[in-house]
Design a binder for this molecule. Structure first.
Ligand SMILES: Nc1nc2c(ncn2[C@@H]2O[C@H](COP(=O)(O)OP(=O)(O)OP(=O)(O)O)[C@@H](O)[C@H]2O)c(=O)[nH]1
Ligand SMILES: [Zn+2]
Length: 373
């Protein structure tokens, strides 16, 4: 595989220029563990190689938050070590895009799903999973990430065509910039569409609720010979751990996937601005209400209610809008709580995270019993 097939472009090359002079090499991160990263490194731009590498103290300290640390999909500058030496990530190149979500559970810590992702494919169906409100949140999140939004209304074989079409049209109305396709991973309908996004150098993420067919779709892209559980990646010829962590995987027909077989329904990382932006059109309608303090309830001359009655605004969407201030208040409380937790954690995080070089050296010394106090 070549550097270009990995998604290298002029901007990355420009950002990398000062590091080339130091004898470092461009690399793209494909996997992360608690102690190190795996990357494709381009010592030879025509034939990238898989290596393990660790983070330098500088890159570690320069990151302002966990979300700023190198993540799967990121481009970095690597200094190759000699025999029995670590390969070290010396610099982190600016991201072209970044797809992230809220951490699972109660915290609102941002978690990067993939850096430099070009296309996010949201898989849903026209049955139980169909939920325009949730899809609005996906659209807001993908819009913020800088990636292109693609929706696959999957399991089309289970519903009449008109029903699938109606669901697709409803989603299309929510996000004119998104591509909405009807697919069936089972019969293969519409799969060529997914493949059409996966040109050389393009990175895609596949997300969606549990059971909508993500793995079934992804396995078809890998081709018959290579599935989640297989041992060897056909493209790189390298062995592959069967793991539940996210990985960047080159596909046999070109393009790459960042995926995770166990990825549960994405929990949205969101902020006040993203929330408000997703209702900008409703808010604009509110300016047309007769009274400036209109509560959009039974008030006379309410433009928003009129839009609901005229069928141009969905009633559920209005309800979400009316609850917006409550949601934002909830978010603020969560953020405050998170800051307190983060401060508490910062004191002991060095024990948990040994991804940077100095910590690792110390850890190895500790293991050998060479205590430094
Ligand atoms: N009828 C029909 N069934 C499908 C289709 N796609 C997937 N399935 C079935 O739906 C079930 C769930 O599919 P998965 O691919 O495991 O779904 P997933 O989204 O990866 O689920 P998680 O791994 O839990 O996130 C399996 O039994 C699939 O065979 C489809 O297009 N039509
Ligand atoms: Zn009103």
């Amino acid at each position: 595989m070549t550097l270009d097939e990995l998604g290298w472009d002029e901007n990355f090359a420009a950002a990398f220029a000062p590091y080339r002079a130091k004898g470092w090499f461009p690399a793209r991160l494909i996997r992360e563990t608690t102690i190190n990263y795996s990357a494709f490194v381009a010592e030879d731009p025509e034939d990238v190689e898989e290596i393990d590498c660790v983070l330098s103290g500088k890159v570690w300290h320069d990151a302002e938050s966990d979300a700023d640390l190198p993540a799967v999909g990121d481009w970095v500058a690597v200094e190759l070590g000699g025999e029995n030496e670590d390969h070290v990530i010396r610099a982190h190149l600016p991201r072209r895009s970044c797809f992230s979500r809220k951490m699972p559970g109660k915290s609102v810590e941002e978690q990067v799903i993939g850096a430099n992702v070009d296309v996010v494919a949201v898989v849903t169906d026209s049955g139980a999973d169909h939920n325009p409100r949730r899809m609005e949140r996906y659209f807001a999140l993908i819009g913020r990430s800088g990636a292109k939004a693609v929706v696959l209304v999957n399991k089309s074989d289970l519903c009449p065509a008109e029903h699938n079409e109606a669901c697709a049209a409803e989603l299309r109305a929510l996000a004119p910039d998104a591509d909405i396709h009807i697919t069936s991973a089972l019969t293969g309908q519409g799969l060529e569409v997914l493949q059409s996004y996966l040109k050389d150098g393009i990175t895609m993420c596949v997300v969606g609720s549990s059971g909508v067919g993500k793995s079934t779709l992804v396995n078809q892209l890998y081709g018959e010979e290579w599935q989640w559980t297989s041992e060897v990646n056909e493209v790189t010829g390298k062995g592959r751990h069967t793991t539940t962590s996210r990985e960047l995987v080159p596909l046999p027909e070109g393009g790459m996937l960042i995926d995770n077989p166990g990825m549960r329904e994405i929990q949205m990382w969101t902020d006040e601005k993203t929330l408000r932006d997703s209702f900008a059109d409703v808010e604009a309608m509110g300016h047309e209400c007769r009274f400036a303090d209109c509560k959009h309830g039974n008030d006379k001359g309410c433009a928003i209610r009129a839009a609901v009655e005229a069928g141009t605004l969905d009633l559920h969407r209005l309800e979400s809008f009316l609850n917006l201030e409550d949601e934002i208040e909830k978010l603020r409380r969560q953020i405050k709580k998170r800051q307190m937790t983060v401060e508490r954690w910062a004191k002991r995080s060095h024990r948990v995270k040994a991804r940077n070089l100095e910590d690792r050296i110390q850890l190895e010394k500790d293991e050998r019993g060479e205590w430094e106090r």
